[in-house]
Design a protein around this ligand. Structure first.
Ligand code: CDM
Ligand code: ATP
Length: 289
């Protein structure tokens, strides 16, 4: 017996930090959505009581460091499951990119094992289990468009964004989310207007969505890595309607409405950035295959 799950990448339309909490996390408010760039997760039932991870991508750990492994272990321990599972991860989302690739694999594993092991758990229950694995996992369980609050685990679903093309570019560098949060100077933050972004989505207003994009972590990552700024400028000069860094970076994304313009931006980035993608906006849960 096996099941397949798609694990799409997320992007932040807004990311605001309100204050630092006593538990060393930050109280955040962010609007997130998904794009049509996804890992594929195959879950195969095993009779022996073990969790095996397989992936052809050398950057994906194949042990308990893998967030999908942790998702399976958490379900097994919480519901005393003695069956095992082999988790095959076909990786398409760039690793350590600010696109929540590992979190989305963990979320897809929770959704898929809920089906494979017939657990009958609600999406809310899976999301609250996901919060134990990482701050982005609850959002990824919903796999739609949402406002995330608290540490990232309080989810309110929103309408999908207007259809458009998304060009993504990831410079060849890894960013530590923890160090970006630590270096953030909250007294200098230029807060995005989260309410205006929510209104833009409710009204299906593409231009307002573009205007209201904002990420308070971006200046901190840009101050450390000039490449992020260079990619932003290149995308803007090549005709993007709006450009923003996702999460703690380093991936930068651009929105355009016409496919031809998306390819113009893509071509302008080849040469000074190895990982560039042109994909569609998603923002809603796709039906299962
Ligand atoms: C940057 C974002 O990806 C935006 O979606 C998330 O806020 C981070 O999500 P994530 O990588 O799943 O985060 P976690 O694995 O839970 O935390 C990584 C580190 O980021 C910092 N962190 C994360 C979330 C949060 N609300 N406040 C924080 O300060 C903490 O130092 C934590 O040790
Ligand atoms: N399933 C997985 N896929 C990729 N990386 C994983 C996975 N599980 C654990 N990792 C580890 O997590 C690290 C961060 O990878 P990931 O691709 O999730 O980062 P990210 O996109 O920056 O995440 P976020 O946006 O949630 O901060 C990697 O360096 C890798 O060692």
């Amino acid at each position: 017996m096996y099941v397949l799950e798609k694990a799409p990448a997320k992007i932040n339309l807004t990311l605001d930090v309100l204050y630092k909490r006593p538990d060393d996390y930050h109280e955040i408010e962010m609007v997130m959505t998904t794009i049509d760039l996804a890992d594929r997760i195959e879950l195969v039932s095993l009779n022996e009581d073990c969790i095996k991870i397989e992936s052809e991508n050398r950057f994906v750990p194949n042990d308990e460091r893998n967030l999908a492994y942790r998702a399976a272990k958490l379900l097994k321990e919480t519901y005393q499951i003695t069956k095992g599972v082999k988790i095959y991860i076909e990786k398409h989302i760039p690793v350590a990119a600010g696109l929540a690739g590992g979190s989305s694999d963990a979320a897809a594993t929770l959704r898929g094992l809920n089906r494979l092991w017939s657990l009958g758990l609600s999406i809310e229950r899976l999301a609250s289990l996901g919060a134990k694995i990482g701050s982005d996992v609850s959002f990824c369980v919903y796999n739609t468009t949402a406002l995330a609050q608290g540490r990232g685990e309080i989810i309110t679903e929103l309408p999908a964004p207007p259809a458009c093309w998304v060009v993504l570019a990831k410079p060849t560098l890894g960013v530590s989310t923890q160090s970006i949060y630590q270096k953030l100077n909250l007294s200098e933050v230029n807060h995005p207007n989260t309410t205006a972004m929510i209104d833009a989505l409710k009204n299906g207003d593409y231009l307002s969505m573009c205007r209201e994009l904002g990420n308070v972590l971006e200046p901190t990552t840009v101050s450390l890595y000039q490449e992020v700024y260079q990619i932003k400028r290149q995308m803007e000069q090549s005709g993007a309607d709006a450009v923003l860094m996702s999460g703690s970076g380093p991936t930068v994304f651009a929105f355009v409405r016409q496919e031809s313009r998306a390819h113009r931006i893509y071509n302008s980035l080849r040469g000074f950035c190895d990982e560039v993608y042109v994909v569609r906006m998603l923002g809603y849960q796709e039906p299962l295959d």
